[in-house]
Design a protein around this ligand. Sequence first.
Ligand code: ATP
Ligand code: MG
Length: 435
Amino acid sequence: MVNAVVTFSILLAIILYIYFSVGMTIVQNTDAELMSSAYQMKRFVNLMGNEPVSLLDDELNKDYVYLTERLEKSMLSFCVWDGNNTIVESQKNFNYEDEVLNKCREALFADDTMSVNTLDEPDGIYYIHEYHYNDTNIRVCSTILSDDKGDLRVIQLVGNMNEKNAFNEKLFNSLTVSAFFGVCISFLCGYFIAGRSMIPIENNMNKQKEFVADASHELRTPITILRTNLDLVMSSPEEDVGSQLPWLENAYKETERMEKLITDLLFLARTDLKQTDIEFTKTDISELLNEIVLSVSPAASEQNIGISLITENTPLYIFADKSKIEQLMLIILDNALQYTPDGGSITVSAGSYNGMVNVSVTDTGIGISEEDIDKIFDRFYRADKARSRRQGGTGLGLSIAKFIVEAHKGTISARSTLGNGTVIEIGFPIYEEGV
Ligand code: ATP
Ligand code: MG
């Protein structure tokens, strides 16, 4: 808003400058025209007075007629007075009162301040008067001389400024209106564009606020549990460590949870700052999956969950950071183990199709409802919060997984039927030599 007012004020100042300089130019041009006409009129002063003009010198008469015609076209009038203050000759090409010209004439001899400008030319003095009456604004150029007989003559050339000023005022008004609407339109456009460009910034800020609020909330819970358990220990100082072990174990588990949470938060903070180091190398994902599945097998068998790997017998190369792919697969497998009841099974499979290496992790677990499935990759999102809490989840795993996949120019999605199990599908561009 302030910008719009400042812009409009600057434009108005420029328009006012234009208005006044055009106004001055109009006045100067009119004065110059009046003066040169008055000068020309001097030649014919002997024709005026005693005898009808048409009877005199033919050539001079022609020039005089020519001059009067030109004055008519230029909308200039003239008036010639004699020494007895009577009009000898005049031509009214626009309406004005003779009384006004008479006042201008009297002013010449009264040394009146009415004169706006006096020009001392080699052929005589020219006086310029400005006169406003009713709604008319005229400029009068007067000069005094004697005719051949020695009689006094005052020649007055009269210009009507109304039309010329009206043009300038019209120009001023249309420039002001254009500037006003221009500023309004640019203000509205600016407001609209700024509003639109603010949307992603606002969204980002809201996301950041949510993130901080969620992170604080997630940290508060383990701290409360930790404190409650340590309070219990401290309330019975006479007891030995062995008998206090359940409380101490609880406290220890919560510190583990906090450590995981903080590691995840740090990872995500680094991804936001684009500070995550990813070192791409040619990686055989079949071999990597084999190692990973082997490493989680003990945890699976502890939960009585069968885990198997199905891959093609040939290597499947992708361009990847081995440790990040490992981190990704552990997040997915950890979920499969967490959300699959005892006796279930997990199948990891990998194959190539259409320039992509596809990896899928299928479990026979509790599944995810249709309304939750689109949100599971959001930070801190847990489909069933009460149950996940019990399982120690923070809801950050899949958002980290998504980041890792996208950093490898891959895709990740989930398919699930509530109660039947979940399939997480990941696609990576196949490694091509020399690319
Ligand atoms: P953590 O950050 O510790 O992994 P988490 O497992 O709750 O916590 P995510 O891994 O991001 O968080 O998963 C988000 C949610 O998606 C989970 O809370 C769970 O509700 C759901 N989910 C993910 N994988 C599965 C799965 N295989 N079966 C059922 N639900 C799943
Ligand atoms: Mg998880």
